[in-house]
Each structure stands twice: as structure tokens, then as C-alpha cells.
Design a protein around this ligand. Structure first.
Ligand code: IVH
Length: 686
């Protein structure tokens, strides 16, 4: 393969992985399965190993884990918490054994096989027999302090009991916190009853439970733990055999998963993996593979680590579970921009312990390509974390004589009923009616959401209720709810206190910056970033209103913005061209929404072309606000330190970014220094 071909391959993999990361961490809506993600990651790692000079610092392979959240105190790991390399079949496993044998020059058996538990890795430290500190893995070097939350897990001893085990008084134990599957489903049912959002799967809920800010909340969740590693307080191993350390863990009262096994040959290894691939459904915890570890600590030391993974261990990943069920019905969601997305109503089945009754169908082409029909028996797989996917019609499917090819509806679902528009060159089918109630309901939900006007108390469910009861029919009605207190009191669950809190958060949302309001309008293609770019040019709602009078000039301004293309500019003008939208702007102006901002934002070009990274926490200031100040003054804020970074703004309890900045010789400044860079800020940062 030529260098340029390899470079292309790497670039495509990086893009796919970054997209999957974004979907997983930000949109919580993965479109590829964990299995496929791991495979892509492995391919990239292999290429990175073969062609290190072609890997750039922003490759996902250069990242060890997640950034620890600033909401928790940070804990640094004396011994880094590594992750595991993966193998996906017996061929790759054989290669791993060959490689490790070659490095050590010795027989690497016996190996120890353990189930790979699907939860959250934690480290727990004991001193003089007492639990003193617990932390998450974080980025591998720095994790989050979750001591008080971990203390709520009953199976974890707060003191190591026996004095006979005195020599194990000071140590660090690592393991996986998990949410038992049987309890997970009951827990979600209970949350549904209380009108709360449900967790998407046991793994996310174990992580969510441990990372609660209030330990009382953690205590309500029936999570548990399996330990899989034991280190001395100085980071050194306590025994010379991994198997022995698992036994010590159990002896001193730390739970270990009981199915671990000493393995003496490749045949035994294969048997163990095959057995658990077929039997994992019977466990009350999720497992996505088998962890294979060299037993001898001496050999582990010889093998050592690569950057992020040990050479002495690997994970054999199980293929994702595929399950058969019946496709009962094909339904449609209408998005806020009018695009119809089909979804399948399924006969409920369990995959990895999670009850699945819906699957995404993406678009009309996908239904046609797979020839999916109502009442078909289909094969489904959980793609990534959240949305299950229909792979294909099952080979066991028998169609009745009434089965007919699925045809897309001609009309928007009730109560809209308008004729749908379908561009023959596009896969999407759209409702173009400006008064489509389906669209308006979604738009209302979007308007109030976190990235937009962030109105606490107006979540999706409440938005739908208020919309269906005609209490809010247009976006500006939100700001007139104070006149409708009596109608609100009639809604189940609404009392004076709740209404007052809701009205207060609506009032507070009026102070959101113009860019949030611009995002919230739901103009096709104008998300958070584009709205911020547009706000730099058209600073306020009032100015936007003025610009709308001269559409040609407005178009020029928009197209001139780096990052705004002709399609988005076209969508924007189409939106501002509608009478109902101009009325909405007038109403927002009258209600003084996002109105204050013009007076207090200082805009300069002092930071033009300067790239900033912000780390740590700041007294009285949110990182986002500092970011906004920088952007308003021409600078750019990015998440990761690279050679191109100009400044790192350092707060309290800084994370690994500080190290990265030091390594790259980046200028490190504090908030006082930022004031010098933007003297106009004056009283804005106090
Ligand atoms: S050993 C240096 N053993 O898998 C070895 N990890 O991708 C590191 N995990 O972060 C871990 N069960 O959260 C090990 N029996 C097991 C495990 C296990 C689950 C998780 C752990 C780790 C991740 C590695």
C-alpha cells in the first residue's frame, strides 16, 4: 500500500471513531455497535504501531480515557489505570500468545481467564485496614474522587476485618462496579412510575450511579462490585501470582467474580471462551468478553505496558448478541425540521439484559433495502449504547399471503395530516407544513433543552403535555405562562411550588445569550457552533430584526462567515422570510428575551487567532463562561492541548491538560493574566 493510501485509511478511521465518540459521549446515541467501534479502534492501533510517523497527536489512539469531570475532586493514580487491548477471534488470540511468548522468551502459561465485567472501573485504597479513598479511572492518570459514593456499596468493607491479615492492611484494590441486570430492570420500572428518565443499559447506570454528586442518590441504587486486581500501597504487587492475588482479595472480604480460571493450554483457553460466549446470558451481570492475563507477576513485569495497555493481558471480545423477534409495526417520528424518521415497534425481547421494544429504521431506503415488512420475524442487535438496530429479516421468517411490501405514508402522521414532500434525489421525506403540530411539539422540546434556552422543569414530557393541552402553542407562549397559572394548576403533579420554580427558570432563561436563542429557533443546520459564529457578526436579536429588512445584505453577511455555507445561509433566509417567524422575533423583542446581553458583552479582537485550552475549576466562574469571553474577543477555545495551542488557562485541581501543556511548552496563564490580555473585561471577571 502506498503511503497516501495508508494516510487516507488512517484519516477515515479517525473520522469514524471521532464521530462515534461524539455520538456516544455527547449525543448519547451511537450508530455503531461497541463491537464495531472496538474493531475500528484496533485497526487504527495496528496502523499506528506500523506507521507511527503517520499518526498525529489528535488521533484517538493518543487519548487514554475520559477527562475527569471537574464536579469531583481529582485523585491521581500512583500506578496508572490502564485499559486493555482487544482480540476478536482465535487467530488474533494466537498472535497475541505468539507475541508475548517471543518477548519473554518463556512459556507464558499458565494464564488466568476472568469474565470482563461491563461496568465502571474503580480503584479503592485501604490504609491501616480502613477504606480511605475511592476513585474512577478518569483519564488513567487522574480520576474522580468518589469515596463517599463507594462507601454506600454494602458489599465493600469499610474496614478489613481480620487481624490475621494484618499484612494486607495497606493496599489498593481495583475492580468493576456493575448494576445487576435483574435489579436494573426493576429500577427502571420504578423510575418510569415516578416520571423520571430511564437508564439505557446496566453499564451506563453503574457509571451514572457511582458518579452522583449526592452519595444519598448512589445509596438508592443497588450497585455492586467485583475486584480483579490488588496492589501494595506503594504500587508494587503483593504476590508473585495473579491467581494468588484474586484469592487474597476474596480472603480479605473483597468480592471477586467466581468464574475465573487458571488455563494451561490454548485448547483450554478456547473452551473457556466458547463456554462463556454461550452461557453469558445466564449471568446477572453484563460481560462483553474474557480478560486473559499472564499469571506470573515476574513475566508481567518483563512484558510491561505499551502507552495505554499492558502487554501481559488482553480482552477477547464477544461478538454482539443477535436476537430474533417480531416487527409488529412501523411508526414514524417527525423531527423539528419536519424530517420523518421511521422506527420499528418490536415484540419485546431482552438483549444483554436490556428490554428492547423499539429499533431505529433510519430512513425509507433502509426499509426498502432490507425489505422489512410488518409482522416479519427479524434479527436485531444492540448498536452501541442506546438504539437497537434491525440487521435483517430472519431466515426463519415465514410471510403470510397478506404480507406486502412496506410503503412510506403520503401524509404526515396525526394530527397534522399534511401531504409529505419527498425529493427523488434524497432519502428523506419531509413535512413542509409550517403549522405541523408534530414539528412544533419537537421544536418546543428542542427550544427548552440544555444546549438551547435550558429551561429546567420544561423537559420533553411536560412540553408535550402543555402543547397537547394548547397551553403552549407557539414558542413565545412559554414566556406568557405566568398568565396561565390556573391552567397549570389543573395539570396532574403541578402545585404552587412546582409552578413557581418553573416560572423562575423561564424568567432566568431570558438572560441566555443571543447565540442560545438563535440555536433554540431550530433553523435547519444552525446548531450551537454555527449560532455562535453568526452571533459574532449579528450580535443581538434587535440587529437580526434590522438585517432581515435587507435579505440580500443578510445573505452576504452570512456567506461571509467562515463555517457558514450556502445551504445553511439559504435555510436561514428561508426562515427569516416567513411572516410567522418575524412575528416571533417581534414577540421575543417585546418580552425582552436575550436582551440584556448587548449591554454587557465586550467584543474586541484582542484574542484574534489565539487558541486557548481551559483546565480546572474557577471560583465564581464556569468554564463555559470563560470560553464565551474568549470567543467574544476573537479567540478560539479547544478541548485538547496541541502544539498549536497558544495558552492554557489554569484553574484549581487541573487535570492532565496541565502536563500536556508543560510537555508542549505552552504558555500557562491564570484568570488574572486573561484580564491583562482583554483589559476591556474589567468588571466582567471579578
Ligand atoms: S484488568 C491493566 N480485569 O475492562 C489491566 N479489567 O478495557 C486492566 N474490566 O478499564 C484491567 N473486567 O474497567 C480487568 N476482570 C477484569 C475486568 C476488567 C472488566 C474493565 C476495566 C478496564 C477495562 C479495560
Amino acid at each position: 500500500m502506498q503511503q497516501s493510501e495508508i494516510q487516507d485509511k488512517i484519516a477515515i478511521l479517525i473520522e469514524e471513531i471521532e464521530l462515534a465518540n461524539k455520538e456516544y459521549y455527547i449525543e448519547e446515541n451511537s450508530s455503531i455497535s461497541d463491537f464495531d467501534y472496538d474493531k475500528k479502534f484496533k485497526k487504527l492501533l495496528d496502523l499506528a504501531a506500523k506507521f507511527p510517523n503517520l499518526i498525529t497527536p489528535d488521533s484517538p489512539t493518543q487519548r487514554v480515557g475520559n477527562t475527569p469531570s471537574s464536579q469531583f475532586n481529582q485523585v491521581s493514580h500512583q500506578t496508572p489505570m490502564l485499559s486493555l487491548s482487544n482480540v476478536f477471534n482465535f487467530e488474533e488470540l494466537k498472535d497475541w500468545i505468539k507475541r508475548t511468548t517471543k518477548i519473554t522468551g518463556e512459556n507464558i502459561f499458565p494464564l488466568v481467564c476472568e469474565l470482563k465485567i461491563d461496568g465502571l472501573a474503580v480503584s479503592i485504597k485501604y490504609q491501616n485496614g480502613s477504606l480511605v479513598e475511592a476513585s474512577t479511572r478518569g483519564n488513567g492518570s487522574i480520576g474522580e474522587d468518589i469515596t463517599n459514593n463507594i462507601r454506600t456499596i454494602n458489599s465493600i468493607p469499610l474496614r478489613i476485618a481480620s487481624s490475621e491479615n494484618k499484612k494486607y492492611d495497606n493496599f489498593e484494590a481495583r475492580g468493576e462496579v456493575y448494576f445487576p441486570i435483574s435489579k436494573f430492570n426493576l429500577f427502571n420500572q420504578e423510575r418510569l412510575k415516578q416520571g423520571l428518565n430511564i437508564y439505557s443499559n446496566p453499564r451506563n447506570s453503574s457509571s451514572g450511579s457511582v458518579r452522583q454528586l449526592d452519595p444519598k442518590e448512589t445509596a438508592k441504587r443497588p450497585i455492586n462490585i467485583f475486584f480483579y486486581s490488588l496492589l501494595g500501597s506503594d504500587g508494587k504487587e503483593i504476590t508473585n501470582s495473579h491467581l494468588r492475588s484474586l484469592k487474597i482479595l476474596r480472603d480479605i472480604g473483597l468480592r471477586t467474580e467466581k468464574n475465573f480460571k487458571k488455563i494451561n493450554s490454548f485448547t483450554e483457553l478456547k473452551d473457556f471462551i466458547n463456554y462463556w460466549n454461550n452461557s453469558r446470558q445466564n449471568l446477572d451481570y453484563g460481560t462483553d468478553g474474557i480478560v486473559i492475563k499472564v499469571d506470573s507477576i515476574k513475566l508481567q513485569k518483563t512484558l510491561g505496558n505499551t502507552g495505554r495497555t499492558p502487554r501481559w493481558a488482553t480482552a477477547f471480545k464477544f461478538p454482539p448478541e443477535v436476537v430474533e423477534t417480531k416487527l409488529n409495526k412501523i411508526n414514524f417520528n417527525v423531527g423539528r425540521t419536519g424530517v420523518l424518521t421511521p422506527w420499528a415497534e418490536l415484540e419485546p425481547v431482552f438483549i444483554d439484559g436490556v428490554k428492547i421494544s423499539r429499533a431505529t429504521l433510519h430512513n425509507k431506503d433502509e426499509i426498502q433495502r432490507k425489505d422489512l415488512r410488518e409482522n416479519d420475524l427479524v434479527e436485531i442487535q444492540r448498536a452501541g449504547e442506546v438504539i437497537p438496530q434491525i440487521l435483517r429479516v430472519s431466515k426463519n421468517n415465514v410471510r403470510s399471503m397478506y404480507s406486502k411490501e412496506f410503503s412510506f405514508p403520503m401524509k404526515c402522521p396525526e394530527p397534522c395530516n399534511s401531504t409529505l414532500f419527498s425529493d427523488p434525489n434524497e432519502v428523506s421525506v419531509i413535512c413542509i407544513s409550517s403549522s405541523c403540530p408534530n414539528k412544533l411539539e419537537r421544536l418546543l422540546q428542542y427550544f427548552t433543552s440544555k444546549n438551547c434556552m435550558d429551561i429546567e422543569g420544561l423537559g420533553n414530557k411536560i412540553c408535550s403535555i402543555l402543547f397537547k393541552k394548547n397551553i403552549i402553542v407557539s414558542l413565545d407562549d412559554i414566556y406568557k405562562l405566568n398568565e396561565k397559572k390556573d391552567e397549570l394548576l389543573n395539570i396532574e403533579g403541578f402545585g404552587d411550588l412546582r409552578i413557581n420554580n418553573l416560572l423562575l427558570s423561564i424568567e432566568n432563561s431570558k438572560n441566555k445569550p443571543f447565540s442560545s436563542l438563535l440555536t433554540a429557533l431550530g433553523i435547519d443546520g444552525v446548531g450551537v457552533e454555527i449560532a455562535e459564529l453568526i452571533t459574532k457578526k449579528i450580535q443581538t436579536l434587535k440587529k437580526l430584526k434590522e438585517q432581515i429588512q435587507t435579505p440580500e445584505k443578510l445573505k452576504e453577511i452570512l456567506i461571509d462567515i467562515d463555517g457558514v455555507g450556502p445551504i445553511v445561509a439559504g435555510n436561514f433566509l428561508k426562515w427569516t422570510n416567513q411572516k410567522s417567524n418575524i412575528n416571533l422575533i417581534d414577540s421575543f423583542l417585546e418580552l425582552e428575551i436575550s436582551n440584556e446581553i448587548e449591554k454587557i458583552i465586550h467584543k474586541t479582537n484582542n484574542l484574534e487567532n489565539k487558541i486557548f485550552v481551559i483546565t480546572g475549576s474557577f471560583e465564581n466562574l464556569k468554564r463555559n463562561d470563560i470560553g464565551d469571553l474568549i470567543k467574544n474577543n476573537g479567540g478560539k477555545v479547544v478541548n485538547k492541548v496541541s502544539k498549536n495551542t497558544d495558552y492554557l488557562i489554569l484553574g484549581e485541581n487541573a487535570g492532565s491538560k496541565l502536563l500536556d501543556a508543560q510537555n508542549n511548552n505552552i504558555k500557562i496563564i491564570n484568570i488574572e493574566d486573561l484580564k491583562i490580555l482583554i483589559p476591556e473585561l474589567g468588571s466582567q471577571i471579578s
